[in-house]
Design a protein around this ligand. Structure first.
Ligand SMILES: [Zn+2]
Length: 184
């Protein structure tokens, strides 16, 4: 049995009632939070103090020093590999990607030898296969695709598997930058 939602009509005394002598917390937008000072202050402020590091950060954003620290720890935990000379790479946590040796080595050369460079290996993304389930809502229960469509799906999936990667994404593997520097 589904739980029936209670019906309250517009003119019902339950819908609203006239109050006098209210007291409590009202936030900057005029929203009444009753005794909840925390929620009133939280919803009415624009900035907060980070509990971890004490920095001021926007309520609808995040603490940059803490994020930077977290990302540095994340990168430091990645296994390190020598670049294989082929697999695309990227700068960790960025939209800077390298699809050939020249662009990667140029980037390394542009930075002083003692700069910490965070380079990640990329992993390939393939198109996902088409599945009969795509039409589950259209077919009757235990129904099957028409033969021509089933054959076309099979041909499409074959083409997809032969097409190779369609994009590259940052992998959780760090590239040995000293090894790259030795190739300059
Ligand atoms: Zn912080």
């Amino acid at each position: 049995m589904p739980i029936q939602e209670k019906i309250v009509m517009y003119d019902s005394p339950e819908a609203a009632s006239y109050q006098t002598g209210l007291s409590g917390w009202v936030n900057r937008d005029g929203f009444f939070w009753k005794e909840d000072e925390h929620m009133a202050r939280w919803s009415g402020c624009t900035h907060l103090i980070c509990e971890k590091c004490g920095a001021v950060y926007p309520r609808n954003g995040w603490c940059h020093p803490c994020r930077e620290k977290r990302m540095a720890e994340q990168f430091a935990a990645y296994p390190v590999e020598k670049w294989d000379g082929e697999t695309p790479c990227c700068v960790f946590d960025s939209d800077i990607y390298f699809f050939d040796e020249d662009s990667l080595l140029d980037y390394v050369a542009e930075h002083e030898p003692d700069t910490e460079l965070r380079i990640c290996k990329c992993k390939p993304m393939h198109l996902s296969f088409v599945n009969e389930d795509n039409w589950a809502d259209d077919l009757p229960e235990d129904g099957e695709l028409p033969d021509e469509v089933a054959a076309a799906v099979e041909a499409l999936n074959k083409a997809i598997s032969e097409a190779g990667p369609v994009s590259w994404w940052e992998d959780k593997i760090a590239i040995d930058v000293e090894d790259l520097r030795s190739q300059l």
